[in-house]
Design a protein around this ligand. Structure first.
Ligand SMILES: O=c1[nH]cnc2c1ncn2[C@@H]1O[C@H](CO)[C@@H](O)[C@H]1O
Length: 588
């Protein structure tokens, strides 16, 4: 073949082309294209969002086409190679992955039309998120600082040098003691601070250098979040980022285990979720019993008060105008998987005791912490069988909602957690990042109607994937696995907001096959697989199977969600429709 393009001036070349080349309208090419479309359509039938897509109303179809058009426009106007390259030049230590890294894309993303559209979407239920990491620090840290009686200590050293401020332990708690004036500054002073001494937090903040209160808040924030720099320096690897991540939990955990803060925390969480179109949340939490009531520095002996407060605050929120549409909140009890047998059994007992006292607030049980660091589920079998037996003895039903396969491994013990999660009867799987490598398991997950709680931004920040485009969720959706999107640890990992808009947005802009209908299906799944009430395995599966035509609470909420979805699609059409879309096309 000639390597140079035909010269425009050479008329004979055009003549040869006109003579020899088939036109797109020629039957052979038309036949080819028909076969091609049929093959694509055939494959799309296997998708888990296929039937949702098929059943779109005319308005939803039109909204979906509008969103696809806007997506394509922004793809070519905003998400250009030039933008990627300008970021690569500005940050030479960063590897620019196709699809862009989340924290680099975030400010641009939040200014798009697609953002405004996704923000408004009724997202249903948030099924996978860790309590301490759910409320934004711009709200939380000033609140903690301004709560009377809050003190700060470092158990390891003063917080004088940059290294100490970066690495030393930080403990923030309510204390009755009132040391003499000026004691707050001692924590910044290597000479005079006795490690472990609690000093008044407000005083410490005022005497912080540089910057006083503002400087203090920004330092404290840096101890609670994975910074953009931490997130993009991927050459540091999974273990390094997990070390930073665990350090954040230690700082945050200490400060929210105090009644007034816990109450405000819950209100903020629910308010921000509703504002993001999330009506229901299942919160995983791993608190030791170090929670204190207002005015007390003596930790409670059990979880009763903490759960009492949850009950009160949910009811209080639901009684407000804002909270009218909030369906509620339940907890998924979690133990730290890395602990030994004794503390895990103790924690399981606490779980059962709390379940007996607050059956409606404890939805299930899970194990958390860095999965690659162990212990794997296979190693935890004695504890898990004990738990099951003990639940039976006590007459409670606490189903499993296991994390599994949050790993890059293939056939290692973390990857194999997927087999155990399935065999142990998990109702959903948290992450299931490595599931796409397991054809037999995928079949079983579908047969048993297990939902995958996928957390794409979390997986990216914790270094399992370089960008949304490398994430395996599309492989699961294409194979028909039911999935929901979740935000995992949004306050720590960089979404910086309680809602799920960032994760939904990433899925929409990242994956051509998803589209508005795909997002709708993921949201509908979150409602369909929510644990609204205690159910035995049979009733749980029946409600998932019957979905909105069932008779129970789940069916009723699915119908309510569907009404919101239609209203939302109508809003898209009214706001962004320009008459070009006719709603007849194959919707994505
Ligand atoms: O994505 C995750 N996988 C496993 N464990 C996690 C993840 N995110 C947070 N935690 C763990 O949950 C506890 C707080 O509930 C923390 O110990 C944290 O390490």
């Amino acid at each position: 073949m000639a390597s140079s393009p035909p010269d425009d001036g050479d008329e004979w070349v055009d003549a040869v082309i006109a003579e020899d080349l088939l036109k797109t309208s020629d039957p052979i090419i038309q036949q080819y294209l028909a076969g091609r479309s049929a093959l694509i359509a055939e494959e799309q039938k296997q998708r888990s969002d296929y039937s949702f897509r098929q059943n779109l109303s005319p308005i939803a179809r039109k909204a979906s086409d509008i969103v696809s058009r806007i997506r394509a426009e922004e793809q070519s106007s905003t998400w250009t190679p030039a933008l990627e390259e300008s970021l690569a030049i500005a940050t030479p230590t960063v590897t620019v992955h196709p699809g862009m890294m989340f924290t680099l894309a975030k400010p641009t993303m939040e200014a798009t039309r697609l953002w405004r559209i996704v923000r408004r979407m009724p997202k249903g239920a948030l099924l996978h998120a860790h309590c301490d990491a759910m409320v934004d620090f711009d709200y939380l840290l000033p609140l903690v600082l301004d709560t009377p009686g809050m003190h700060i200590a470092s158990p390891t050293s003063a917080l004088a040098t940059a290294a100490q401020r970066r690495e030393a332990g930080v403990d923030i708690r309510f204390k009755l003691t009132r040391p003499g004036a000026g004691a707050g500054a001692a924590i910044w002073d290597d000479e005079n601070y006795v490690p472990g001494t609690f000093v008044p937090m407000a005083e410490a903040a005022e005497s912080f250098t540089p910057g006083g209160r503002e400087g203090f808040l920004s330092w404290l924030r840096s101890r609670c979040v994975i910074s953009q720099t931490d997130a993009v320096e991927q050459h540091h690897g999974v273990d390094e980022i997990w070390k930073k991540f665990m350090g954040c939990f230690e700082v945050i955990g200490s400060m929210i285990h105090y009644e007034p803060i816990w109450r405000a925390f819950l209100q903020r969480l629910m308010k921000m979720l509703v504002a993001d179109g999330v009506y229901w949340v299942e919160v995983r939490f791993a608190w030791q019993i170090d929670y204190c009531r207002e005015g007390s520095e003596e930790p409670e002996l059990d979880y009763t008060h903490m759960f009492q407060v949850i009950e009160e605050e949910v009811a209080k929120f639901q009684a407000t105008k804002e909270g009218e549409s909030f369906w509620g909140l339940r907890m998924i009890w979690t133990s730290l998987r890395g602990l030994g047998t004794r503390p895990i059994i103790q924690n399981m007992s606490d779980c059962i005791a709390t379940k007996l006292a607050f059956p409606h607030l404890v939805a299930g049980y899970d194990l958390v912490g860095p999965e690659d660091a162990g212990r794997p589920l296979a190693d935890l079998l004695p504890e898990l069988f004990w738990f099951r037996k003990q639940c039976a003895v006590e007459g409670v039903n606490i189903p499993f909602f296991f994390h599994a396969g949050e790993t890059l491994g293939d056939g290692d013990s973390t990857d194999n957690n997927l087999f155990d999660a399935l065999l142990l009867g998990t109702r959903r799987i948290g992450h299931a990042f490595s599931l796409y490598k397991h054809p037999r398991l995928i079949q079983a997950v579908k047969d048993k109607r297990i939902l995958v709680e996928s957390c794409p931004i979390s997986n990216e920040i914790l270094r399992l994937t370089g960008s949304i485009m490398q994430h395996p969720l599309p492989a699961l959706l294409a194979r028909g696995v039911p999935c929901a999107l979740c935000n995992d640890d949004p306050a720590i990992l960089g979404q910086d907001s309680e809602g799920m808009t960032h994760d939904f947005w990433q899925a929409l802009q990242g994956w051509e096959n998803v589209g508005l209908a795909g997002l709708g299906s993921l949201a509908e799944n979150s409602v369909r697989w929510a644990a609204f009430e205690d159910q035995d395995a049979e009733d749980w599966l029946r409600d998932i199977r019957e979905a909105s035509v069932g008779a129970g609470i789940k069916a009723e909420r699915l119908r309510r969600w569907a009404v919101e979805w239609e209203r939302y699609c109508l809003w898209i059409v009214t706001e962004y429709g320009d008459g070009e879309e006719d709603g007849d096309s194959e919707s994505k």
